[in-house]
Write a protein that binds this ligand. Structure first.
Ligand code: FAD
Length: 353
């Protein structure tokens, strides 16, 4: 009873995680820092309060249109040209947005990454002027409820209701709940010429050529989840007392904090360095695979450490640590598994002189 009471009173104190600002001076200039701070504020105010319910109900909230709010903030079109309503910024800014949205909610972040990169950025890279004019402003301002990546772009090119295209049942997932995933079904599907993205019979090129940038942008997701873990853990270890002292005074707990912090900061360093390269036109396949391999595996470990730091409470769903672990694991699987990423990196290194 005594222990349960302690757990309950801590949970009342800590239901709302704090909002930590670690130094990013080694990564960003002043404009980039301001952008990060404003997206962070937006995401903490508009998205974070829904994160637990999105996970529990396995649905986007019905009382607020997060998709449109993000569109109003111009987060969908970060890499889209200004003439189509985008911000005309690059991948570094896109990774910052992905990090801050995922920090607020992993599953909203995943849907956001899929829509803004797999859908919008692929239209930017491969759409002809007519397709861009017709579709980009709609998807940038979220004048549609489409929220999935491959589904989003397929549905635009195939168009809703086109004979031969349908979606199978929504899958029941371990994590990233509320970010709906399903199979796309094509049965003698007819695609009119004006809807072909790239060249006929070369769709796989469109998809595969986007994978490097998809891996980079999605790597912002595990960064946000690691930050979210520290947002929960730091205030917890300051307040939770055992043996008459805050548990954060114990060196074994401090060691975990140090490991979590360095995992996050080293992952950030790698992700944003590669993002800067991509903005300068240097898109290196092994580095794009490398950033998501490194950040994703670190995020799973950081989430496990977060659970451990909270003890019994870490295992209780009233705290977000379990959700953070379930969400983090996806990044070792989606956009090519860790094994495939290692294969890509090894193969590229073997090829190089
Ligand atoms: C939440 C979620 C969202 C997704 N969203 C999308 C999406 O928007 N668009 C999309 O196209 N896909 C999407 N996917 C699919 C995802 O990309 C695949 O699940 C992933 O790439 C792994 O493929 P697979 O499931 O077929 O696993 P498999 O290929 O069957 O792999 C099973 C295991 O075998 C390993 N393996 C496979 N081949 C090798 C090899 N050559 N050497 C060593 N090990 C190997 C894998 O690493 C893995 O551990 C999504 C998946 C999830 C879970």
């Amino acid at each position: 009873m005594q222990r349960l009471f302690a757990m309950r009173s801590m949970s009342a104190l800590l239901r709302k995680p704090s909002h930590y600002h670690f130094s990013t001076s080694f990564l960003f200039d002043d404009t980039q820092k301001q952008f990060k701070e404003s997206v962070s504020q937006f995401a903490q105010e508009s998205i974070a309060p829904h994160a637990a319910m999105v996970d529990i109900t396995n649905h986007f909230p019905k009382d607020v249109n997060l998709w449109k709010l993000m569109g109003d903030f111009n987060l969908h079109g970060i890499t889209a040209p200004e003439e189509y309503g985008g911000l005309g910024l690059g991948y570094l800014y896109h990774c910052i947005a992905m990090e801050e949205i995922s920090r607020a909610s992993g599953s909203v972040g995943l849907s956001y990454g899929a829509h803004s990169n797999l859908c919008i950025n692929q239209l930017v890279r491969h759409g002809n002027p007519d397709q861009k004019q017709k579709y980009l402003p709609k998807v940038v301002y979220a004048k549609t409820d489409l929220a999935a990546g491959s589904k989003g772009i397929t549905a635009f090119i195939i168009e809703k209701g086109m004979p031969g295209f349908s979606t199978a049942q929504k899958l029941d997932k371990l994590g990233m709940r509320g970010s709906d995933t399903c199979e796309l079904v094509f049965e003698n599907c007819f695609v009119p010429e004006e809807n072909i993205l790239g060249q006929e019979g070369k769709g796989v090129y469109v998809m595969m050529s986007g994978l490097d940038l998809e891996r980079l942008v999605l790597a912002g997701g595990p960064l946000g989840l690691m930050q979210a873990c520290l947002d929960v853990v730091i205030p917890y270890v300051r307040q939770r007392e055992q043996f008459g002292r805050p548990i954060g005074e114990f060196q074994l707990i401090q060691g975990k904090l140090a490991d979590m912090y360095t995992s996050l900061q080293s992952s950030r360093s790698f992700v944003y360095s590669v993002a800067r390269d991509c903005d300068n036109g240097i898109i290196d396949r092994k580095d794009c695979a490398g950033v998501i391999l490194f950040a994703a595996e670190n995020a799973t470990q950081v989430a496990l450490q977060a659970i451990q730091c909270l003890g019994g409470n870490g295992y209780v769903n009233e705290y977000p640590t379990g959700r953070l672990l379930r969400d983090a694991k996806l990044f070792e699987i989606g956009a090519g598994t860790s094994e495939i990423r290692r294969i890509i990196i090894g193969r590229e290194l073997f090829k190089e002189q």
